[in-house]
Ligand binder design. Structure first.
Ligand code: SF4
Length: 337
């Protein structure tokens, strides 16, 4: 059975034509899928019984519930999904006082092999389909409470652009979820072709993982530096206006004695000159087999204050879900595959 979830309005129109359904059925199906969020074709009651039957011969909604969940002492919840194609991936729900964020995965595992990341260590077992990405949003118990979605879970979103752009269209279109692009952030390590497409097509916020201003050092942390150096990524970003609506932020994981001194802060400030942006400092969450340590909180404060004095908006991101391995860089389904 093929999933209906994840089909854009254009694709639903093609499907209606192929199955001999009336043209207006496409809009009706989109409404059931993305507004009313039904779990089965039988619930699409404004389609005739004959047309529902026709649809159900080849399609299903594509809704599946999480296979397991774990709750952190700070309220964060990590969900495990398992697909029939044997892909395993995790999604993290992060409730805060004034917002409820879902950190979604775009791939099962990841090819990018960043040194500090558990997902990178487990390897890659496949791109998630648009249905599998949207199902993370629709199937968790907190679905109705969500205020923000961040593509910061497992995988590199710009490595799976066909599915990513379908999902972004469905999330932000009137026929879909009708969410403001300001509620959605896509995070990347800087895959330039995907980034170019994103900058041209999407109004969603962008987050770029930088982690050090020095190329040789970044290469040791992130092999992608060899293919798409951060300086080239920044040149691309510099050509776009981020002063209104869309926001670009740079993610900077802080490692003790590696990238947390004022030499790095100074170079980072110089590198970001001319880009209207913010910097998020993230405490490194130790993972097994990696000889890196978290920065001292006092050094993080000094780093933040230096960037702030240079006129860069800089925040230290609160760690969430570390006790259930749900914090930044800790997602892995290696033990569930
Ligand atoms: S940090 Fe992101 S891009 Fe790098 S290995 Fe982890 S999931 Fe992949």
């Amino acid at each position: 059975m093929l999933p209906l979830l994840g089909l854009t309005l254009g694709e639903l129109k093609d499907l209606a034509t192929t199955l001999g359904l009336p043209a207006f059925a496409a809009k009706q199906i989109a409404d059931w899928l993305y507004r009313k969020k039904v779990k089965s074709i039988e619930e699409m009651t404004n389609l005739s019984a004959a047309n529902r039957l026709k649809l159900a011969e080849q399609y299903e909604v594509g809704y599946t519930t999480p296979a397991a969940s774990q709750q952190s002492k700070d309220g964060t919840v990590k969900y495990l999904f398992r697909t029939s194609g044997k892909k395993c991936f995790e999604t993290v729900y992060i409730p805060e006082e004034d917002r409820a964020t879902l950190c979604v995965s775009s791939q099962a595992g990841c090819k990018m092999n960043c040194l500090f990341c558990m997902t990178g260590k487990q390897g890659f077992s496949g791109n998630l389909t648009a249905a599998e990405i949207l199902n993370q949003i629709q199937s968790i118990p907190e679905s109705q409470q969500l205020t923000n979605i961040v593509f910061m879970g497992m995988g590199e979103p710009m490595d799976t652009t066909a599915e990513l752009f379908k999902v972004l269209e469905i999330l932000t279109s009137d026929y879909g979820y009708a969410w403001s692009p300001k509620r959605i952030t896509v995070s990347t390590i800087g895959i330039i072709p995907g980034l170019q497409q994103f900058l041209a097509q999407s109004r969603c916020h962008l987050a770029i993982s930088l982690h050090t201003p020095f190329s040789e050092e970044r290469l040791k942390l992130m092999p992608i530096e060899k293919v798409y150096p951060a300086r080239e990524v920044l040149e691309l970003v510099r050509g776009y206006d981020f002063s209104h609506q869309r926001r670009v932020s740079f993610e900077y994981i802080m490692f003790n004695g590696l990238n947390d001194d004022l030499t790095h802060a100074r170079e980072l400030a110089a590198l970001l000159t001319g880009i209207s942006c913010r910097v998020n400092l993230i405490r490194y969450h130790a993972i097994p087999g990696v000889d890196l340590k978290s920065s001292d909180p006092k050094k993080m404060l000094l780093f933040r204050d230096f960037l702030t004095a240079k006129g860069i908006i800089c925040t230290i991101r609160a760690s969430r879900g570390e006790d259930i391995m749900a914090a930044c860089g800790m997602l892995s389904t290696r033990n569930h595959v």
